[in-house]
Ligand binder design. Structure first.
Ligand code: 2AM
Ligand code: CA
Ligand code: CA
Ligand code: CA
Length: 283
């Protein structure tokens, strides 16, 4: 109904303001001494800032929308099931690029996605250091600082710039497959492969047409929720590495400006098995 649509627009306004405030917190915290600890593995970092920013975001949104559900990286206990229900749900990554944040490497973002009946309604990604705000709303397009975004029109993988990330799981088997996949992407040949340390900002590059594609295994719903909507609204394709529709909980994604490039990548990749977010507590 119109009333429903209107209320999601109000949610989106609040989300934008909250993301900007979160970004300001990140800019203050990055100047201060960081308290770093690790979660599931020594490379799975978390700081007090991750926790404080998430608390601010969730308490702000919960106060405005008390009946809504919330999924946030730092409030999702390891091993606890991360379930997306039909209720209006906020999917939050307070600091995407924690390792970058720890080093003050300026590729850090706040990501806020919003789904109703498991369908994404809008996504907000705020680049904390250069101040770019990416927004997408279902049926209304994707924007960067108010300018409409369009994915790359390139369909030739030999002219593609491809992005990926490596998560905190660094056992020899995982790294072997990661490197095998990297070799396949480099020798396709493509123009190049980049790892920038922030899944959400990498995905924003696909939405902006400044990279042709992105693939990753092991990511969580808060890494992909907001970005998936932004890329789709920018005319891109966001799918499972099996070729099926994106499943926010599957921990697998291929995103590209064109289905042709996505299919090429899918056919080359060897899967890294993480299991689903809701039946696996791996990093
Ligand atoms: P984070 O900084 O919010 O943890 C590089 O580490 C990128 O991959 C970051 O966007 C990071 O998100 C994300 N990431 C974190 N853990 C991961 C994992 N286990 N598998 C894949 N990506 C992960
Ligand atoms: Ca993390
Ligand atoms: Ca993340
Ligand atoms: Ca994070």
């Amino acid at each position: 109904s119109d009333a429903g649509a209107e209320s999601w627009a109000e949610c989106m306004d609040v989300a934008v303001r909250t993301a900007l405030r979160a970004g300001q917190m990140v800019r203050v915290c990055v100047m201060q001494e960081k308290r770093v600890s690790s979660k599931s593995t020594p490379t799975d970092l978390v700081t007090e800032a991750d926790q404080h920013v998430e608390e601010m975001i969730i308490s702000t949104l919960r106060e405005k929308f008390p009946s809504h559900s919330f999924i946030g990286e730092e409030s999702s206990a390891a091993g606890e099931k991360c379930v997306l229900t039909d209720s209006p749900t906020w999917i939050i990554d307070p600091i995407d690029g924690t390792c970058n944040f720890v080093h003050s490497f300026p590729m850090v973002a706040v990501s806020i996605g919003f789904a109703v009946k498991k369908q994404l309604e809008f996504g907000i990604i705020y680049h904390c250091f250069d101040g770019t705000l990416y927004t997408g709303r279902r049926g209304h397009g994707a924007f960067c600082n108010g300018v409409r975004l369009h994915v790359s029109k390139e369909k030739d993988v030999s002219k593609a710039l491809i992005l990926t990330e490596i998560g905190a799981k660094r056992d020899p088997h995982t790294l072997d497959i990661f490197l095998e996949n990297m070799k396949k992407m480099l020798s396709a040949p493509t123009h190049g492969v980049r790892i920038i340390g922030s899944s959400t900002l990498a995905l924003c590059h696909v939405a902006s047409g400044t990279a042709e594609a992105y693939y990753q295994y092991g990511l969580h719903c808060w890494d992909i929720a907001a970005a998936a909507l932004i890329i789709t609204e920018a005319g891109g394709c966001v799918i499972d590495t099996t070729g099926g529709p994106l499943d926010l909980m599957s921990r697998r994604v291929v995103a590209a400006g064109s289905r042709k490039i996505a299919d090429y990548i899918i056919q080359k990749l060897k899967p890294i098995n993480y299991g689903r977010d809701d039946d696996d507590d791996d990093p």
